[in-house]
Design a protein around this ligand. Sequence first.
Ligand SMILES: [Zn+2]
Ligand SMILES: [Zn+2]
Length: 291
Amino acid sequence: MARGLLVRGESGGIRLKVATLGSGSRGNSVYVECGDTRFLVDAGFSGSQIARRLELLNVEPESIEAVVVTHEHRDHTAGIGVAARRWGWPLYLTRATEQACAPLLRGSEEIRHYEGEQPFQLGSVQIRPSSTCHDAADPVAVVILDPATGLKVGVATDLGRATTPVRNALAGCHFLVLESNHDEIMLRESGYPWSVKQRIGGTSGHLSNRLAADLAEDLLHPALGGFLLAHLSDECNEPRAAMDMANRRLRRKGYRGVVDVAAQDTPSRLYDVAALSDTARNGGPQLQLFG
Ligand SMILES: [Zn+2]
Ligand SMILES: [Zn+2]
């Protein structure tokens, strides 16, 4: 039965794939492809960096259909204006996020508005935005649904806390790009001013490794193929600390899928969501623990 998840698109490739071009406070962008539909969630790098990183994934910038912008912070939007003008990429933004991005836009970009909780179609996929708790004008997490296979990818970074609507939106995803921003002790002992520590660790800031693991554990189901931990702080986290926390919490629940950390300076591998989900589902007797 699980073999049925390996649905092939018109191009002959397995349909839904995802990679980060890079993730962290110096830039975030997630590449998604589903058959012939290719797009980015956020574009927080310079135009030349976006081109270089796409090239590493063997993706031509001209083949990208659009950018879905989650919120206006520069680590998510630095390249949206230049990329939209250079390659003609339409930008999907809420009206409030567009206003907050005004300094990056010159008026020649193609803007397509979406509403905070309204699903919309982008090529062959459906995008489901969900409002998040974060100190931006109208921030969202997004779930990408491939209607042909039922496979879903969630992209949820910049979460002050995971609200019930966000948890509900992410439930049932087969792959998650999930924020694991800081180690709580490293943040407490860091040299940041008190106000910055409050902002990062507060309910409108970023998820700690511990809170990310709480959320990841809540979202477990037998067909969840992978977590790509993202938006790690340079100052207050270590990839090993984020991985260890998530692995410790997830493996004891019988999770058999992938746990990786997204790097800041290089793209991740291109994850094949159907194959990962299939492997997790067939991962062995421990999956019985999910009930
Ligand atoms: Zn960010
Ligand atoms: Zn942000």
